[in-house]
Design a protein around this ligand. Structure first.
Ligand SMILES: [Cu+2]
Length: 240
């Protein structure tokens, strides 16, 4: 039975040409929290790499960088945005993000841009698609990441260089406590979500860097509100 199942799965994988990469892991996992598994992927043009945000609790991103600067966003690169999961889902459904390979001739380097509780990229959370033989290998990339002085958090887009997504990460209907990503401002339930993420951050286990992105979004929202409110007040005062 097992071998038959395996054959079926292998056949399905061959047909769909899909690779699954787990984003983040649990504390007790081999390799720890800060990893993509696998971290070295081979994928041909038009095939899909599916990133599954499986580290629970966790807050991670899949952000394109370059070999030269592993922990800085690549100009024009793809970026899943932060995806935060504070607790396990009851139905086992996790956020996923599909990246379609558009140029398999050049390595596609990526990292996680989460800073809390420590910079994930510097801690080793990097990966590469279609690495070529030579000096620019994964080990060298990860070593450069470990030596990085900081981690860039600027938000990239869905379309990257050599790989693109057609949609932001999926939001399972149940149980993903907070989702903050590419289109978070449009899809997340705004302040309520940000607030729950922020409150969760204080008591959240070490892998959950919810403070930064949650705060960024909710603060941005609040600042905008304040600016509008301030403008209205100022306008009113001016008229008076
Ligand atoms: Cu991470």
């Amino acid at each position: 039975m097992r071998s038959a199942s395996f054959v079926v799965l292998a056949a399905a994988a061959a047909v769909s040409a899909q690779t699954v990469v787990n984003v983040g892991a649990e504390q007790a996992s081999p390799g720890g929290i800060f990893q993509f598994n696998p971290n070295t992927i081979t994928a041909t043009n038009n095939s899909v790499v599916t990133f599954v945000f499986s580290g629970i609790p966790g807050n991670h991103s899949v952000t394109q960088s370059s070999f030269a600067t592993p922990c800085e966003p690549l100009a024009g690169g793809f970026d899943s945005g932060w995806i935060e999961i504070l607790k396990n889902t009851t139905d086992g459904t996790l956020p996923t993000w599909n990246l379609t390979i558009t140029n398999d001739q050049t390595p596609i380097w990526f990292y996680c841009k989460q800073l809390a509780p420590m910079p994930h990229c510097i801690s080793g959370m990097v990966g590469v698609i279609n690495v070529k033989p030579g000096a620019n290998n994964f080990t060298a990339f990860q070593s450069k990441a470990a030596a990085a002085s900081g981690v860039g958090e600027a938000q990239g887009g869905l379309v990257g260089i050599g790989a693109s997504a057609s949609a932001p990460p999926s939001i399972p209907t149940a149980d993903v406590t907070t989702f903050l990503g590419v289109s978070a401002s449009a899809t997340a339930p705004g302040g309520a979500s940000g607030a729950s993420g922020a409150s969760g951050a204080s008591g959240a286990p070490s892998s959950t860097g919810s403070g930064k992105p949650s705060g960024a979004v909710s603060i941005g929202f609040n600042l905008n509100m304040l600016v509008v409110l301030g403008g209205l007040l100022a306008g009113g005062a001016f008229v008076l």
